[in-house]
Design a protein around this ligand. Structure first.
Ligand SMILES: O=C(O)C(=O)CO
Length: 271
């Protein structure tokens, strides 16, 4: 279903001059058919009416939710996921069914499971064992709706242990080997990978078959494509040539009143 959507607007980081629930309609008005969100609620288990309001905002806007992050904690405060965080594991597990139900109602099939920072007084090995177990549970939760769990290397979070594609793929392999879960894939965010010093071209060749979602922002600055030095258009073309058919997530920050000016309007939707 999302294969016909070429680009999807990350409404957690873009269109932030608008209230969250107005952003899907603004994305549609700008010519897009897809949106994605980081976890949009204050708790892991929001009230039913909060979920209803979120789902209605998407339906009213006429956009497809293409991606949703599991609850990742207090992102502005530095948290980057609950997956391997022992103290928050119960919250994560309670969140899984809420996410799967949102997927069921919206048709969303890609769910980003931020791995979590290293925490004091926990052995990294124990956090990784928990991370693998929780990723397997997340995969199980969305399996019944044909969902895929995404594992993302990120930058800018000093205690986040997955910084390269190889790190994330090692986690995917572990979850497969130890728990038998295969509906997981790599979230290939060219901004995070570049900032972390990866050779994106080489990663694309090496891990192309593990990529389940793509996100873009330019570097330095995490701005719109063209604002920095990265060959984003070429990477998108290379990903397409390599068979990536899903949406490309626009996950950049900009104060420009025309945040999508770099992308011709006729290329924004699949029609
Ligand atoms: O934390 C970030 O920067 C992300 O991209 C989360 O998905």
């Amino acid at each position: 279903m999302t294969d016909q959507i070429p680009y999807t607007v990350n409404c957690s980081i873009l269109l932030t001059d608008l209230p969250l629930l107005e952003r899907p309609a603004a994305a549609k008005a700008a010519g897009f058919d897809g949106v994605e969100f980081w976890w949009p609620f204050a708790t892991s288990t929001p009230a039913a009416d909060e979920v209803d309001t979120f789902v209605a905002a998407l339906a009213d806007a006429g956009v497809q939710l293409t991606g949703l992050n599991f609850d990742a904690g207090n992102m502005p405060g530095g948290d980057r996921g609950l997956i391997s965080w022992p103290e928050r594991s119960a919250d994560l597990r309670a969140n899984l069914d809420v996410v799967a139900r949102i997927g069921e109602r919206t048709g969303c099939r890609a769910f980003n499971a931020l791995y979590g920072n290293r925490v004091e007084r926990e052995e990294p090995a124990a956090q990784d064992a928990l991370g693998a177990e929780n990723l397997a549970l997340a995969a199980k939760a969305v399996e019944r709706i044909g969902g895929t769990v995404l594992v993302e290397p990120v930058s800018g979070a000093p205690a986040y242990p997955l910084t390269t594609s190889a790190d994330a793929v090692a986690v995917l392999d572990r979850v497969r080997d130890e728990h038998g879960a295969t509906n997981l894939g790599l979230l290939f965010d060219v901004y995070h990978l570049s900032v972390n010093g990866s050779d994106v071209d080489l990663d694309l060749k090496t891990y192309g078959d593990r990529i389940a979602h793509v996100q873009v922002a330019d570097a330095p600055g995490r701005g719109a494509p063209g604002s920095g030095d990265l060959p984003i258009q070429r990477w998108i073309a290379d990903l397409r040539a390599a068979g990536y058919a899903g949406p490309v997530g626009l996950e950049y920050k900009t104060a420009d009143v025309h945040p999508f000016a770099w992308l011709p309007r006729e290329q924004r939707s699949g029609r």
